[in-house]
Structures are given as structure tokens and as C-alpha cells.
Write a protein that binds this ligand. Structure first.
Ligand code: AMP
Ligand code: FES
Ligand code: ZN
Ligand code: ZN
Length: 307
């Protein structure tokens, strides 16, 4: 097979696009698609300071490399942030690999210890704090990324959620009727008082393409899975979507476009409940309860540690 652009020997074939590319033109194709998503959803404006949330996994590292490339021509700056969640060897390895990439690219970065904010995820597991551990971890990540983004004067917070992640959340919303959540689920979330605007520049990028991109660019990433990860049910939904994609290439893009153009506006109109948030009584961060979830988890860990 030959590259669609230069007719040299192709290294990659993308079934959904019925197109083959050499390494160099796949990289260009990949980066151009991210750029188009950024423009389509007006994710980044001139002069923005974008915090890039990097876990050390393939998606967020692919995101970092693309945004670093685009920042050279699109007039915005980036700051990479990695949270050390305090999950034994897994966190050590993730931070080490993230750092290696930061140094390779020469980008500004911060490593933030969850432990400095009062607890680690290993403690959440050890003391059996009530709630799903991945849910608590997600809360901690959102809380810290938002706080650090504000402290750094950032105007946007970018995460590595890809097309498959996005569709899985939509399907989950349909299956369980979480329409209130879907009303807020979109490739961009606006900034609100106390909350930095969130963007998902890889939202039109299939997961497998991120993997190919990291290989093509020689990016070292963490392969190890988080020991607490319970991905079984989300993986089932991803597999179901992938089955449809295999039978009818392009299904994922069609599902994505139908959602953003037709379904989301209707759900939003019917279920969106204003954006007014209170201030947490303990830490002052935005929340819809009196005390935010992060502070409640922290108190539970401290109580059990002291007991
Ligand atoms: P996950 O919820 O683990 O699927 O991660 C979703 C996104 O959150 C990733 O693509 C990253 O952008 C961000 N993220 C996850 N873990 C971390 C971390 N430890 N530090 C910084 N960002 C993270
Ligand atoms: Fe958060 Fe696994 S990465 S619980
Ligand atoms: Zn080519
Ligand atoms: Zn709080």
C-alpha cells in the first residue's frame, strides 16, 4: 500500500478513512485533525495559557506533543502538570516517564503531590474510604488540576480524553439515564467562577491512533495499568462501540457528530441546571454542597489515620 500523500510505502492504514499513510504523513494527518477539533469547538484562543494534564499514559502524552507543536504556530503557551497520586510503583513510574518527556521537549512543567494536599490514593484504599476508589481519584484529579491551573494563571485546562472515551461516556449516559451529566458533557466546558475552562482536544481522535502516534514519534509512555483500575464495565461499552465500528467503519464519527450537533443541544436545553456553584466552607473551592467532596474525603482519611 502507498501513502495517500507522497506515494511512498505506507506504514499505517486507517480503515475508517480508507487511507494509508507513511510515518511522516500520518503524523501530519494526526496533528491536523487535533487542530481542526480545536478550531471547530473554539477550544483555544490567541494568548491562552493552557495547562496540559499529563498522566504519563499514551493519550495525554500524545496530547502534550501535539499541543507543544501547535503552540508554535497558534500563539498560545502550555504548562504540563502531572499529579503524583501516591499509588506505589505505578505513580513513581508515571511521574518518571512524564518527566522524561518534559525534559525531551523542554516544556515548562509542575509535578504535584496529592500527599501535600492531605492524603494519597494508597491511603484511600488502605482505610477503605467509602465510595468507588476511581471516583474518588477522579474527584481528586479534577480538584487539584483546577486549583493548580488557577494558581498558575491558566485560562484553559486540557485533558487527554479521546473519541472512544467520549463515546463511552455518552453510551453510559443513555443506558443509565444520566441526562443531567450529559447536559454538561461536551468537548469543551466553559469557565465558571472558580472553575477553569476544560477542553478535550483529542475528542475526534480514536484511541488506537494515539497509540500509533506515540510509536511514530518514539514517545515513551506508561504501559502499566493502575492497580485500582476497574475498567471492566467501561471497557465493555468501548468494545460494543468498536464492534459497530468494525462492521461499519466510520460509525464512531457518525455517533460523535449526531451527539454534538443534534442530541446534546436538546438534552442541554431540557436538563442543564445553571452553573451557579457555592464555595466550600473548608477550602473555598467551588462545589454544589456545603463542603466539597475533596475536603470530605480528606477528613475521612485524617479521621481514620488518627483513630
Ligand atoms: P483517566 O481519568 O485516568 O482516564 O484520565 C483522563 C485524563 O485525565 C488524562 O488523559 C489526563 O489528561 C488526565 N490525568 C489523568 N491522570 C492524571 C495525573 N495523574 N496527572 C495529571 N493528569 C492526569
Ligand atoms: Fe486513579 Fe487508578 S488512577 S484510581
Ligand atoms: Zn507520505
Ligand atoms: Zn473543599
Amino acid at each position: 500500500m502507498k501513502c495517500r500523500i507522497c506515494r511512498a510505502k505506507a506504514n499505517v492504514y486507517l480503515r475508517y478513512a480508507n487511507a494509508a499513510f507513511c510515518k511522516e504523513h500520518f503524523i501530519k494527518f494526526f496533528e491536523r485533525r487535533v487542530r481542526r477539533a480545536i478550531e471547530r469547538f473554539e477550544m483555544i484562543e490567541k494568548g491562552d495559557k493552557v495547562v496540559v494534564a499529563v498522566s504519563g499514559g499514551k493519550d495525554s502524552l500524545a496530547l502534550l506533543y501535539v499541543l507543544n507543536e501547535l503552540s508554535k504556530t497558534m500563539d498560545f503557551e502550555i504548562l504540563a502538570v502531572t499529579i503524583d497520586l501516591g499509588i506505589g510503583e505505578y505513580s513513581k513510574l508515571s511521574v518518571e516517564i512524564a518527566k522524561k518527556n518534559y525534559e525531551r521537549l523542554g516544556v515548562d512543567y509542575r509535578i504535584i503531590e496529592l500527599g501535600d494536599y492531605g492524603f494519597t490514593m494508597d491511603e484511600v484504599a488502605k482505610y477503605r474510604i467509602s465510595g468507588r476508589i476511581c471516583g474518588i481519584c477522579g474527584t481528586a484529579k479534577r480538584y487539584i488540576l483546577n486549583k493548580v491551573a488557577k494558581e498558575e494563571g491558566a485560562s484553559k485546562l486540557a485533558t487527554g480524553h479521546n473519541l472512544d472515551d467520549f463515546l463511552q461516556v455518552i453510551l453510559q449516559g443513555y443506558l443509565y439515564g444520566n441526562l443531567g451529566d450529559l447536559a454538561r458533557y461536551y468537548p469543551v466546558s466553559p469557565s465558571l467562577p472558580g472553575l477553569v475552562a476544560r477542553i478535550k482536544p483529542l475528542v475526534t481522535t480514536p484511541e488506537k491512533d494515539s497509540l500509533i502516534y506515540t510509536i511514530a514519534k518514539g514517545i515513551e509512555y506508561v504501559v502499566m495499568e493502575c492497580p485500582y483500575s476497574l475498567r471492566a464495565s467501561s471497557q465493555d461499552l468501548k468494545n460494543a462501540i468498536f464492534y459497530l465500528e468494525e462492521r461499519r467503519p466510520g460509525t464512531r464519527f457518525s455517533m460523535f457528530n449526531t451527539y454534538v450537533k443534534m442530541i446534546h443541544p436538546l438534552i442541554r436545553e431540557a436538563y442543564f441546571k445553571g452553573g451557579v456553584l457555592k464555595k466550600c466552607k473548608e477550602c473555598g473551592e467551588p462545589t454544589n454542597a456545603d463542603v466539597c467532596l475533596f475536603c470530605r474525603v480528606k477528613s475521612s482519611v485524617l479521621a481514620k489515620k488518627g483513630a
